[in-house]
Design a protein around this ligand. Structure first.
Ligand code: ATP
Ligand code: MG
Length: 232
């Protein structure tokens, strides 16, 4: 499976419709500063990681809508489609090409400028964000993973401390979730140990009671035997 095409429509600096083909192998995009290279990475994140901790470089989702230029008026919605080659059926969709489209549309004027509508489509059919996540999970694609290395990620990883860098490696290796499991189990173990301590104290107390009762029982038995003797 590979990403073979990105279609952008009024997304950030991309006014109107643009199609970026990604041939098999390596595709590089070059351009002067501020020409929109990182906006393409933002477009990918916009589709694969709506809930990702990595942030699209925009304060509001509506900032992603093309906001006008000399010849072009501001748009009211932006649309990004990622088209994947699915001939190997990595994603459980019975199609050789699967397109994931996300649209963000400004809510009617007069309302809060932060308000927006968000729509999701798979191969042109309306769907949910959850369905996106499900299919991406099959392809092990995630906005939080390392499928997408953003500008500055490499520098920050070089500058990070050994512990932080190790955390990244452990994340990639999938070790982190074991750490969470270990933590959880250790908490449980501490709880069980505490219970054991409490039960130990209780047992000691009960044992001394048992000893006292045993002595009482011996005495009672002796009393019964002597009484029976006396009666006889
Ligand atoms: P660099 O080489 O410096 O990293 P870049 O090619 O990655 O640059 P981007 O950061 O992708 O450039 O693009 C920044 C440009 O996108 C800016 O000129 C900014 O004005 C423009 N831009 C961002 N949001 C919008 C928007 N909503 N509408 C129109 N243009 C936008
Ligand atoms: Mg950039």
């Amino acid at each position: 499976m590979h990403l073979c095409e990105i279609q952008l429509e009024n997304f950030k600096s991309f006014a109107r419709k643009h199609t970026l083909p990604f041939k098999k192998g390596f595709t590089g995009i070059v351009g002067p500063n501020g020409s929109g290279k990182s906006n393409i990475a933002d477009a990918i994140l916009f589709v694969i990681g709506p809930k990702s901790a990595k942030t699209i470089r925009a304060t509001r989702l509506t900032d992603l809508i093309f906001n006008g230029a000399k010849q072009d008026r501001p748009a009211s919605q932006c649309k990004v489609s990622l088209v994947f080659d699915n001939t190997d059926r990595t994603m459980p969709v019975d199609a050789d090409r699967v397109s994931f489209t996300r649209i963000v549309r400004r809510a009617p004027t007069g309302s809060n400028p932060d308000n927006y509508y968000s729509h999701f489509y798979i191969n042109g059919r309306s769907t949910s964000q959850a369905q996106f996540e499900l299919l991406f999970a099959h392809a092990r694609l995630s906005g939080d993973g390392y499928n997408l290395v953003q500008q500055g990620d490499v520098v920050s990883s070089v500058k990070s401390t050994d512990t932080e860098r190790r955390r990244v490696l452990e994340d990639v290796a999938g070790v982190t979730h074991f750490d969470h499991d270990i933590e959880r189990v250790n908490r449980k173990r501490a709880q069980v140990e505490e219970n054991l301590d409490r039960l130990g104290v209780l047992t000691t107390e009960l044992r001394s009671q048992v000893r006292a009762l045993e002595k009482g029982k011996e005495k009672a038995e002796r009393y019964i035997a002597l009484r029976d003797d006396l009666q006889r």
